[in-house]
Design a protein around this ligand. Sequence first.
Ligand code: GLY
Length: 419
Amino acid sequence: MDILIIGGGGREHALAYALKKSPKVEKIYCLPGNGGISQIAECAPIGVMEFDKIIEFLKQHPSIGITVVGPDDPLAAGIVDELQKHGFKAFGPCKEAAMIEGSKSFAKNLMKKYNIPTASYEVFDDYHKAREYAKQSSFPLVVKADGLALGKGVIICNNLKEAENALYDIMVAERFGKAGKKVVVEEYIAGKEVSILAFCDGKTIKPMVSSQDHKRVFDDDKGLNTGGMGAFSPTPIYTPEVADKVYNSIILPTLNAMKAEGLKFKGVLYFGLIINEEGIHVLEYNARFGDPETQVVLPLLKTDLFDIIQAIIDERLDQTEIEWLDKAAVCVMLASGGYPLEYQKGYKINIGKLDDDIILFHSGTKKTDSEFRTSGGRVLGVTAVKDSVEEARKAVYGNISKINFEGMHYRKDIGIKND
Ligand code: GLY
């Protein structure tokens, strides 16, 4: 069967990489894809929100049996419903179920109603009321735009001035457009973050190996938030005891909550967790594979990803055994100069002879004739799978020295603080 992947980042490259291994997958297409993906899939310049063009593409390529959707925006906008309406099979949640990511207030209210541990919060659609609430709160305080905001809608405020600015930006200046019509204002919880992605067919949920993202741009978690500067898997803090506790108090209750609300979640449900001495709380849900978590999780998957996707679509995940390599993976993102603020594109990427077992996931690249050029903020994810995080880390950093482009920067500490 042929497969279509929607998206054009490192996550989609990792999806293409995993699906390429399946003997059941003949050809992979990707819209719009990127330079690296174009080496293993046929790409075409169609954007992830261009539903009409995607449907036209599927009509012109009848050998495509399943469309796998990577990013959040098309899922929240109902791409899966739209494709199904036209008779095409798609992997990902329908619009209503994708609200678990697309509306922060929906997710928080769901957790409150079904006793799933999360930070205390209030929802506001009135700027003045939100400001009054902030005045009576202790700090830090977290202000979240209700809707999707390109990963920039969560602001940690250290004092009242910062909270007032965040509320003004989101609700009055409409920095994120309609996504900021409502806000969630919540208590800040300090602790260690763990990402748990889980396969879910609406009836059964099966967590993947744990991973940890690094969102800040500089070492030691300093600087601005980014789309993710690197990840490793598994995370030692996520012991089998912690995993059991999370499964019983968070993962299964979330599936049951969605069922009770009449929502069938089919796809990948992502649990962003925070762990401290007081317990484990849900920071956020995502309705998709994480980026860059996918780049460390999928290389550890032993089971054929195509079989899992097929089982989810057919709602027989309960009969599917999912196996993982007893190994560790590290991915370090190489970013454009200036990222996550303004950056230039179009620089030539020089790639020397990398070790054979290094996996280079492309995020923001374009292929022109025989060379790659930068085309995004996050450019490449250098990834290694080894027996331990330490070995994988050494392999990744040993190979980064063979890659360069104008302005390239990256964190030097991915996988060091792995406790
Ligand atoms: N790594 C965080 C995300 O995918 O949203």
